[in-house]
Design a protein around this ligand. Structure first.
Ligand code: GLA
Length: 451
């Protein structure tokens, strides 16, 4: 059973302060905190402009720092395997090697330079400490981007509204090569303690949603690492492109029924308010078979040239030439409807209803979006047997964690059964409970403390 305690966060603050003095010979002028998140429902909907339902967790990135007089940014990490890094403030910052942790700082900096570069004249000396497990689907990378952005702004005494940051940082994070949506950064910045958040995109809007009384959010790691900048990246980016292609075919299928072009699938909700999104699945199924298609086949359906479609959808060669459209669309539109229903269920205090939607979301992620794996399936199965009201994979998928809704009175038994059935047989997993299963309470979003 794990929860970050006040004592452990106090200890981490003391540690970054001490390390700042040790590495840079100065006490920090500011400390920033940016939390990770767990997504309760609404998977792979955000980049389609459709809603999500996450909450911030009590794991975060802390950065202590001091401004510099010149434009150099220096990074130290409490964790020795992440070596020291250094670069200069610039409009166009060359990346470190792919997968390097310093790229998340560069991503934030380059994004801010494009937005308010004229006001950013000073670099900073920063010490980073994180306790969000990486590759777990709990958004350690976006929390790192958010924390770096806030640190650079603090060093320059520049204020940018959090909503604005939440809009610009997702695009900035594409610097690391993932075509992610905006859920993670928005949650890290805008979450409110004690609540889940419903987030809508383009334009960004958030509202708090209550969690059911008497239930816990229990997160279990499948022990399969799903690094956004590593192995999971291709699978993730391919889903994004498949959605863009499905959007183009749908646009063609709807033809003159559309008042304007479809930029994202989310435009359907704007252009046809009140109409259930799932109704649009039949428009696509009338055009495409339920099997993978090549770019040339999809271009022929739309009536355009393959190379034109490739460049319009910004499709890169590494993603291959097999695209599944119908199932992807079905997942995205049904998932968005589930978020609407989940919000209603939560406002009505209907925990079993919310749990059923979590289960349905998992099935759709597995069968239509194909982002599950054997270990996640095993964990979800065990969780349901162990009494979870709802259980599903969370985050990008391909590994990482499951999220479970469990009655408070059942949590202890639930954990014992998951330990016995899943972790005990896995080498090394029994050792560190703190890093494999978590009970999270919804936390507030990022904060900056000037010292
Ligand atoms: C990752 C991305 C998010 C979102 C989820 C899937 O966490 O960073 O933007 O797309 O996957 O819901």
């Amino acid at each position: 059973m794990t929860e970050a305690t006040d004592t452990s966060s106090d200890r981490r603050v003391t540690r970054v302060v001490d390390q700042c003095a040790r590495h840079y010979g100065r006490s920090p002028a500011f400390i920033v905190r940016a939390p990770g998140r767990v997504n309760l429902l609404g998977e792979h909907t955000d980049y389609n402009g459709l809603p999500v339902l996450p909450m911030a967790i009590d794991r975060n990135i802390l950065i202590a720092g001091v401004p510099r007089a010149d434009r150099v940014v220096m990074l130290q990490n409490i964790e020795p395997r992440f070596g020291a890094r250094q670069y200069e403030l610039n409009e166009d910052i060359p990346p470190f090697a792919p997968g390097d942790w310093g790229n998340y700082s560069k991503a934030a900096t380059q994004g801010l330079m494009g937005y308010c570069g004229g006001q950013l004249r000073r670099g900073a000396e920063l010490v980073v400490d994180g306790d969000i497990p990486s590759g777990a689907g709990l958004s350690s990378s976006s929390a790192l981007v958010v924390a770096n952005a806030l640190a650079l702004l603090a060093a320059n005494e520049v204020e940018v509204p959090y909503v604005r940051l939440a809009e610009l940082l997702p695009a900035a994070e594409r610097y690391v090569g993932t075509l992610s949506g905006g859920m993670d950064q928005a949650t890290s910045l805008l979450a409110q303690q004690g609540h889940a958040l419903r987030i809508d995109f383009f334009p960004l809007r958030v509202r708090t949603v209550p969690l059911p009384w008497g239930y816990s959010i229990v997160v279990c790691h499948s022990l399969v690492q799903a690094e956004k900048s590593g192995a999971a990246r291709r699978g993730y980016n391919l889903r994004v492109i498949e959605c863009r292609l499905a959007c183009r075919v749908l646009e063609r299928a709807l033809g003159s029924g559309l008042p304007r072009p479809l930029h994202t699938l989310g435009d359907l909700a704007i252009l046809f308010p009140g109409r259930p999104l799932v109704e649009f699945i039949s428009f696509l199924s009338a055009e495409v078979p339920d099997r993978p298609l090549s770019l040339a086949q999809i271009a022929a359906i739309i009536g355009t040239a393959p190379e034109r479609l490739r460049s319009e959808c910004r499709l890169t060669a590494d993603l291959g030439d097999d695209f599944t459209l119908l199932r992807r669309l079905r997942h995205v539109l049904c998932e968005a409807d589930r978020v609407n229903q989940a919000e209603e269920a939560l406002r009505a205090g209907d925990a079993p209803g919310f749990g059923r939607l979590m289960d349905a979301s998992h099935q759709s992620c597995r069968d239509d979006y194909e982002i599950s794996c054997a270990e996640l399936e095993e964990l979800v199965h065990i969780a349901k047997e162990a009494g979870a009201v709802g259980a599903r994979l969370t985050g990008a998928g391909f590994g990482g964690c499951t999220v479970n809704l469990v009655a408070d009175a059942e949590v202890r038994t639930f954990l014992t059964r998951v330990d016995r059935s899943f972790y005990r047989s896995r080498r090394g997993a029994a050792r560190d409970a703190r890093e494999r299963r978590f009970i999270f309470k919804p936390q507030s979003g990022a904060e900056v403390c000037r010292l």
